[in-house]
Design a protein around this ligand. Structure first.
Ligand code: E4P
Length: 214
């Protein structure tokens, strides 16, 4: 399973990257807006930091506008993936971008049928938003499970990015289902490695080692 970081914050990226297990990055307009920076200046900097796929989202909501923005974003670096909203114009744009060899991450997916449409349109990735479904009383992870079944049934190569992750349990559940990728906010990424029994156990080993004759 691959781990992407869901952020546009340079410091968070540097800290996550230092662990050596970062496979890629996803951004969105809200995350970029939090940085207070121009995306045209930020994106080339992100490219220097992350080796794997970096998702950059279009703002246009019509097919022609999405394709124009996608071509400009894709020209920044070969590892840029274009985030396209899961709306009818987005599906058409996804198909056109595939024919041009531009990778897409179809975003704002909230059910398995939407994911099926994205896969049929030729999306490289599809991003079901789990936390936002949980927030309104649905079991978001059920959508991931259904998508996995459908993609397996029909041998789609579209990869599932589990998005809108709120806590480590979401990452565990995504891995158990066999999702390809989890895109994780730094606050959750930071918690994945920690366990109080690990800290307690390490302290005991180090204390006991002091009693070993030298
Ligand atoms: C995914 O690519 C999105 O950027 C992200 O996971 C959305 O998460 P949120 O619901 O926490 O905003």
């Amino acid at each position: 399973m691959k781990f992407f970081l869901d952020t546009a914050d340079i410091e968070e990226i540097k800290r996550a990257k230092a662990l050596g297990i970062l496979d890629g990055l996803t951004t969105n307009p809200s995350l970029v807006s939090k940085t207070g920076r121009k995306f045209s200046e930020l994106l080339p900097e992100l490219v220097t930091l992350v080796d794997g796929p970096i998702s950059a989202e279009v703002i246009a909501t019509d097919t022609a506008g999405m394709i124009k923005e996608a071509e400009a974003l894709a020209a920044v670096a070969p590892n840029i993936v274009i985030k396209i909203p899961l709306i009818p114009d987005g599906l058409v744009a996804t198909r056109v971008l595939k024919s041009k060899g531009i990778k897409t991450n179809v975003t704002l997916c909230f059910n398995a049928l939407q994911a099926l449409l994205a896969a049929k349109a030729g999306a490289t990735y599809v991003s079901p938003f789990i936390g936002r479904l949980d927030d309104i009383g649905h079991v978001g992870m059920d959508v991931v499970s259904d998508i996995k079944t459908i993609f397996t049934n029909y041998k789609f190569t579209t990869q599932i990015i589990v998005a809108s992750i709120r806590h480590p349990l979401h990452v565990l559940e995504a891995a158990l289902i066999g999702a390809d990728i989890a895109t994780i906010p730094f606050s959750v990424f930071d918690k994945l490695v920690s366990h109080p029994l690990t800290d307690k156990g390490l302290k005991r080993f180090l204390d006991d080692w002091k009693k070993v004759p030298r």
